[in-house]
Design a protein around this ligand. Structure first.
Ligand code: GAR
Length: 187
């Protein structure tokens, strides 16, 4: 059984999709804990699904290292071997990433290596891109730069707005992340 910890910061829609795919497709995996750095909708959704949750806020620790040590402790406590980031909006340190080398995966709303970081849709529209999309990738110590696992391209229409593009790409994210689980674990 593959044991996944999922880290979130907000809405949690990708986390819910992962949970649903694991259940529906009978993937031999289990979400052991959903960890958030803030109290958020995703935590409530996870609780409603019967998943274990933990809110670990940065402000409750003096340093980032102490905050990340608490996150790592929760991951280990739940005997999770993989860490899936699903809208976790804080940059993890190299030390944290190295502890789970090759076992942290992220979903990012752009066609990496284009548009690393924040406001991806806004920047793609400003640059009049014809396509954008989403990427599932391994996390390394450089922001949004690890090896790409899967990508889905989405066409930007003529009168696309940030809102419509966000929605279009999120629909694809919800398909891509479960697919990536099958690919990573050869399921
Ligand atoms: C998703 O679009 C995800 O790709 C993005 O945050 C959103 C979270 O939505 N992640 C990043 O931008 C990471 N840099 P969700 O909470 O509904 O899954």
């Amino acid at each position: 059984m593959i044991r996944l910890a999922v880290l979130i910061s907000g809405r949690g829609s990708n986390m819910i999709r992962l949970a649903k795919a694991i259940k529906d497709y009978e993937i031999a995996a289990k979400i052991t804990v959903v960890i958030s750095n803030r109290r958020c909708t995703g935590i409530t959704l996870a609780q409603n699904c019967g998943l274990a949750t933990k809110v670990i806020k940065r402000k409750d620790f003096n340093t980032q290292a102490e905050h990340e040590a608490a996150i790592a402790a929760a991951i280990h406590y739940h005997r999770s071997t993989y860490v899936f980031l699903a809208g976790y909006m804080a940059i993890l340190s190299g030390d944290f990433v190295n502890q789970f080398a090759g076992r942290i995966i992220n979903i990012h709303p752009s066609l990496l290596p284009k548009y690393k970081g924040l406001n991806t849709h806004k920047r793609a529209l400003m640059n009049k891109e014809k396509y954008s999309g989403c990427t599932v990738h391994y996390v390394n110590s450089r922001l949004d730069s690890g090896k790409i696992i899967l990508q889905k391209r989405v066409k930007i229409s003529k009168n696309e707005t940030e809102k419509t593009l966000t929605r279009k790409i999120l629909i694809q994210e919800h398909k891509l992340y479960p697919k990536a689980i099958s690919k990573i674990f050869n399921l």
